[in-house]
Design a binder for this molecule. Structure first.
Ligand SMILES: Cc1cc2nc3c(=O)[nH]c(=O)nc-3n(C[C@H](O)[C@H](O)[C@H](O)COP(=O)(O)OP(=O)(O)OC[C@H]3O[C@@H](n4cnc5c(N)ncnc54)[C@H](O)[C@@H]3O)c2cc1C
Length: 450
């Protein structure tokens, strides 16, 4: 990168907020799993929306590419720079505004982590509708950009459902504010919704007006073990339609066993497949839970948590999966959405496919069974095996009526498969909007499109 461009960027963000140190850039150019690596020429950390916009304009005019980075927890290599990019980090956009308890909303900077926001709004007896295991690092801006789902989607919807308004620095270097609740004044880039799930290809989100929810007064959690996936899915189907459902999580029994063996985390229920169920509401849902559990085909008595300590213990079984999948090095990750009826068949066929190319690999299936959003992680799978399994897995998912890209987005890892998750008309619209807002294609060039 030319010294004059470094100087110009330093003048915008301040000299302490730009780095061209190869060690810093190296650590920022690898994805969360450590599997995919790129190359960047500078890291800039603007502190305001105007500074973000000026950085964008400067990079565009200099003809350099930009990759936007939030918490860098993308599991589809969405923040890996492939074009000697300037990395624009949102980590200094951390303002959290006044929590409006009457209107149940708050304005937050894009670089605020989910955990930081959760702790501020919890003090006002409110909660954020989306929760995920990467909460300590994942940022609000990154979560809007990927339209993240997670552990509470069955109750509150995705991140897009939490957005009331956005502030965005556009590729041309202007800053716009868009409401998600008012009608756009013309079609195209004026609508806040176009930036939700756009994975940073249309602009850098700098602030978000977030919808909040009251903390339910009562909560009850259960962990149930099943011998077969069919029975679990059937139970999931029943619970999904209960109005007080707050979480419905599938856990692979092999992951719980590994957590017990390797992490010392006791699993309170036996079963090849586990289902974590949580009901929450204004009145105590324990009786409703007991009624719904009556007669389901579990292996043993479910473990039930009625107080916060017991509930935390049950949730640990689910949360530990994030650690278990890294026990044998970076896993190969598939993030899929499937019709509930196809889940057992997907489990069997994917296991057979993995075994064919990687006989010693260990597949672990878990995720948000209420919406059919599942994560298949393949442990002990090398790069060569991955390259054989990946395309066939995509075909299998499509053949079962699933979507090859679920809540993690497309990133760079799945850009070659975009046509398997969006129709030709949708892709044409996405491309048209991209060329309208970013005609030179300098912003996040590695993600979404081939
Ligand atoms: C342990 C673990 C568990 C996870 N669980 C879930 C889960 O349950 N559900 C789920 O949906 N995801 C999950 N994820 C994936 C990840 O946390 C989400 O995709 C999250 O939304 C990414 O947020 P981030 O701030 O880390 O974004 P990053 O990884 O930094 O970026 C993600 C994408 O958004 C772009 N981007 C980032 N910030 C902005 C911005 N301000 N404006 C414009 N573009 C931007 C980036 O360029 C990139 O393309 C998990 C990840 C991990 C590591």
């Amino acid at each position: 990168m030319s010294p004059t461009l470094v100087d110009r960027l330093a003048a915008i963000v301040g000299p302490t907020h730009i780095s061209v140190d190869p060690d810093v850039l190296g650590s920022r150019s690898v994805d969360w799993t450590g599997r995919y690596r790129g190359h960047a020429t500078a890291l800039v950390r603007p502190g305001t929306a105007d500074a973000v916009a000026e950085v964008l304009r400067t990079c565009r005019d200099a003809g350099v590419y930009v990759t936007v980075q939030g918490g860098r927890t993308s599991l589809v290599a969405g923040t890996v720079p492939e074009h000697d990019d300037v990395l624009v980090s949102t980590e200094r956009l951390t303002d959290i505004g006044h929590v409006d308890t009457a209107r149940q909303r708050v304005r937050v900077g894009a670089g605020v982590t989910l955990a930081a926001l959760q702790s501020v709004v919890a003090a006002a007896r409110l909660l954020v509708g989306v929760d995920l295991a990467a909460r300590d690092s994942a940022t609000v801006g990154g979560m809007v950009s990927t339209n993240a789902g997670g552990l509470r989607t069955v109750r509150y919807g995705t991140m897009g459902d939490q957005v009331l308004g956005l502030e965005v620095a556009l590729p041309d270097g202007s800053v716009v504010r868009r409401s998600a609740t008012e009608r756009p004044d013309r079609s195209g880039g004026d609508d806040a919704s176009v930036f939700i799930g756009a994975e940073g290809t249309l602009g850098v989100i700098t602030a978000v007006d977030m919808r909040l929810h009251p903390v339910p007064a009562h909560r009850v959690t259960a962990l149930c073990g099943f011998a077969d996936l069919e029975s679990l899915v059937e139970t999931g189907r029943t619970f999904r339609d209960i109005e007080t459902i707050a979480a419905l999580e599938l856990i692979d029994g092999r992951a719980a066993t590994l957590a017990a063996e390797q992490l010392g985390l006791a699993n309170p229920v036996p079963g090849a497949w586990l289902l974590l169920i949580e009901l929450a509401g204004a009145t105590d849902p324990t009786d409703r839970l007991a009624d719904a559990l009556d007669g389901i085909g579990v292996c043993a008595e479910p473990a039930v948590g009625v107080d916060a300590v017991a509930q935390h213990r049950l949730w640990q079984v689910r949360e530990s999966v994030a650690d278990v999948v890294g026990l044998f090095g970076p896993p190969v990750k598939f993030d899929v959405s499937l019709p509930l009826s196809a889940i057992p068949s997907f489990e069997q066929q994917s296991a057979a496919l993995i075994h064919r190319y990687a006989p010693t690999a260990l597949p672990l299936l878990f995720g948000h069974v209420g919406e059919g959003n599942l994560h298949l992680n393949v442990l002990r799978c090398d790069g060569e095996q991955e390259s054989r399994i990946y395309p066939e897995m995509m075909n299998l998912i499509a053949a079962l009526g699933g979507n090859v890209s679920s809540e993690h987005g497309v990133g760079s890892r799945k850009r070659g498969y975009l046509a398997m998750s969006r129709s030709p008309a949708e892709i044409a619209k996405m491309r048209a909007l991209k060329s309208e807002l970013d005609p030179t294609g300098y912003l996040n060039p590695a993600v979404l499109f081939d």
